[in-house]
Structure formats: structure tokens, C-alpha cells
Design a protein around this ligand. Sequence first.
Ligand SMILES: [Zn+2]
Length: 263
Amino acid sequence: MQLVDIGANLTHESFRHDFDAVLERARTHGVEQLVVTGASAQGTRDALALALAHPRLLYATAGVHPHHASDFDAETESLLRGHHARPEVVAVGETGLDYHRNFSPREAQLFAFERQLQLAVECGKPLFLHQRDAHMDLLACMDNVRGRIGAAVVHCFTGEKDELFDYLDRDFHIGITGWICDERRGAHLRELVKSIPADRLMLETDAPYLLPRTVEPMPSHRRNEPMYLAHICAEVARDRGEDVAVTAANATATARRFFGLTD
Ligand SMILES: [Zn+2]
């Protein structure tokens, strides 16, 4: 089984002390390639450094998460533009809108998102999107650049059926995390994943966040790691009524095509 983790926050400090062991465990669980999320100016630099140090294993995205939108300025924009020109950087993002927490004011979020959409128009690379409690505004921004951007994935999809179909109608890809294993808030996803076409579905851990609640044994540290992507894949396969090998092969082919990864 070969898997691609399309969303791993490997620049997070919790991975610093055992980074190589984390990668080794991922590989023994079938995770062949990982896309390291860049979510701030510094995070983007760190993600690229990891990709450069692990060619053909790690790739990077370059973007500013809505939580950090207040920090987005002309300097950030030129940094991102330079990164998007590099072959190791395979997507624009993490970018989008998050009105759940509003760590940055909405105006700042909209500004940073719209600037990053223009960067995606310029470079043609796919978009790695984050959306929480901002579905209609995200759609409006995306509709403004319709026909001028490349592919887009709504990462860590947690929404309801109408949101899913708004995305599928626009040909967006959908990233599924271990949120689906959360019986308190992710149970609806078990039905919804049946509706995602195989060539639109990708898998991600969002490590170190979102440790799947159905992992056994539950690690005492509660840190999520890319090795648990195999567990997420098995759960999604069960929900879709597919053989796990089929789900894995389709999600991996979709991810490699989406990000242009060489296998
Ligand atoms: Zn996110």
C-alpha cells in the first residue's frame, strides 16, 4: 500500500526531537510521500527547507493561514511568489478563511486570501484551502477567479452535505482527515465520503493535530503523526465500502496528479 499525506504540519515544534523517527514510522506504514504545510512566512521557509532536505519524499506548500492573515504584507507576498516558482513547492496555501475563531479580523483574512488567489493565478499551481464557518465568502472569492486558477483542494473537510456538493460542483478536490474518526463531531462524514468521486478524494493527517480517536492503542502523547494515515485510509475505505487497497491506490494517484509528484 502506498499513501500520500497531503497535509502534514511537520514544521511543528513537537516533531523537532524525533523527526527522522516520525518519517521512518510513516514509511513503514506505507506513507511514501508527504506534503508539508506552509501556513505562515516562517512556516513556509521551514517547509521548503524540509522539502529540500528530503527530495522526492517531502514537498511543501507556501502560504499564509487565515489565522496569520494580519501578518500578510508586501514582503510576505514576494516571499511566497519566490517560493511558488520552486519545483519543491507544489501548492499555494494553506490559505482561506476561518470565521470560527477570527484570530485575524475578517477584513485581513479576505485581503490575504484574495492576494494569494492572485498568486495562484500567476503561478498556476494548485490551491490548498482552509475553510471554517466561512463557506459562502470562500465560494465568492473562488468564483471571482474561476477559470483562471488551477486545481483546488478543500483540506480537512468537516462540513455538511450542501457544502460538499458546492465544492464538487466546482470540481474542487476534498481532503479527509482523522476528523472522520471523531464520533462526536465527524460522524456525518462517514456517509458523505461515499459521495466523493475517487478522483477528487485525498487523505491527510493534519499532524500533529487531529489524532484519530479510533487509533489503537491510543498513544499517551496524543500527538498525531503521518503513520496514522494508514488508519484513516482504512476507515474511509470501510465507509465507502471499498477494499482498502483500492481507496489507497485511488487517493495516491489523485494526490500525485493533483500536486504533480513524481513517484
Ligand atoms: Zn487548515
